[in-house]
Design a protein around this ligand. Structure first.
Ligand code: DAH
Length: 338
């Protein structure tokens, strides 16, 4: 009998059920009506009195051991079973739509990279501004039409608190705070009281550039802009500067880039001129330097400013400005590959 007990113990050690069915089979095999352990109890009746004392204990311990094992298996396999039903490793991943970067962010990042290579750093300023930073410090005369309510959103009058109409205000902030030389690009949202259409919006984005040092010349400006144009619109791009006027630059110019679509021959995009207007620029007016406590006899500088929506429109062939603000995924999905 002791031998049978030992062999059951050995068997028990080797058992390794993988599911509840296996456990049940083991239970029947050992503890069922004709199970090995049950049979031990039956045969126990026939052993001699002396043997009974010792054997009884051994058989009971064995039975408890078997019962305990079966209980543990049952428990662990039932929590495994639950886990298995929750995780189906063969199931395909649910269709996940990944977002895309907004075209304005894309172009902004590209401009950052471009100007970073030329040593410009990013400088930001507030959207709610005062008259000084948006107009007065930039040499706008008192009666300039931009100061009119029709162009500018005022928050308060006298003293004037307003939403900035251009990022040129950040030029002023950098001149106030930074040590010379200054070489910054200032991105940000700007606000103008305009009717919303395919070509205009009351909120849009600009990026402003400012470089002030000793001996900064118009040639430096031209070369910087040529580099920018070729980085953004391609190696073959040509630029053209047309005389213009801004209160804060003298001389001032507007820059066009050659139309990439027709290669300069003329098409509907460039209105058959071969050129696309991109930005305003010029040499910082000495008045502006003086208004900002910079000695205009020692220092000179150039500045430029452009609309990000416009650059993105030209680069990505977007025909309607309003698309940038609607966040329609059918529009945004088209920028997946940029
Ligand atoms: N601030 C001008 C605008 O909003 C753009 C501009 C033109 C900025 C010429 C400049 C500049 O810095 O030199 O239309």
């Amino acid at each position: 009998m002791l031998q049978r007990i030992e062999s059951i113990k050995e068997e028990l050690k080797k058992l390794n059920p993988v599911n509840q069915d296996d456990v049940e089979k083991i239970r029947i095999h050992l503890l069922g009506k004709k199970g090995l352990v049950t049979l031990l109890f039956e045969d126990f009746r026939n052993v001699s009195k002396e043997e009974k004392k010792n054997l009884g204990q051994v058989i009971n311990t064995l039975k408890n051991e078997v019962q305990e094992k079966i209980d543990t298996w049952k428990q662990s396999l039932s929590s495994n079973a639950k886990r298995e039903t929750n995780i189906d490793l063969t199931l395909n991943e649910p269709n996940q739509e990944f977002g895309t970067r907004h075209p304005i962010s894309l172009i902004k990042n590209e401009l950052y990279e471009t100007f970073k290579k030329l040593g410009f750093t990013i400088y930001e300023g507030p959207e709610i501004e005062d008259d000084w930073h948006v107009f007065s410090a930039l040499n706008f005369p008192e009666e300039h039409p931009a100061r009119d309510m029709q162009d500018t959103f005022f928050i308060e009058k006298n003293p004037d608190i307003l939403l900035r109409t251009h990022t040129s205000s950040v030029q002023v902030r950098s001149m106030e705070r930074e040590k010379l030389p200054i070489r910054v690009v200032c991105p940000g949202r700007v606000f103008r009281n305009e009717a919303i259409s395919a070509r205009a919006h009351c909120i849009f984005h600009q990026i402003e550039g400012l470089y002030i040092d000793k001996n900064v010349s118009f040639a430096d400006l031209k070369q910087t802009l040529l580099y920018f144009a070729r980085e953004i619109f391609g190696e073959e791009t040509q630029i053209r500067l047309r005389p213009s006027f801004f209160p804060f630059t003298e001389p001032s110019a507007e820059m066009d880039v050659s139309c990439k679509l027709c290669g300069g021959i003329g098409c509907s995009v460039c209105k058959y001129t071969g050129w696309l207007e991109v930005l305003g620029c010029g040499m910082v007016d000495p008045n502006v330097l003086e208004l900002n406590n910079i000695d205009s006899k020692v220092y000179s500088g150039f500045a430029f400013g452009m609309g990000l929506e416009r650059i993105a429109m030209l680069k990505y062939q977007v025909k309607d400005l309003r698309l940038y603000f609607e966040n329609d995924v059918r529009f945004l999905n088209q920028f997946k590959n940029y």
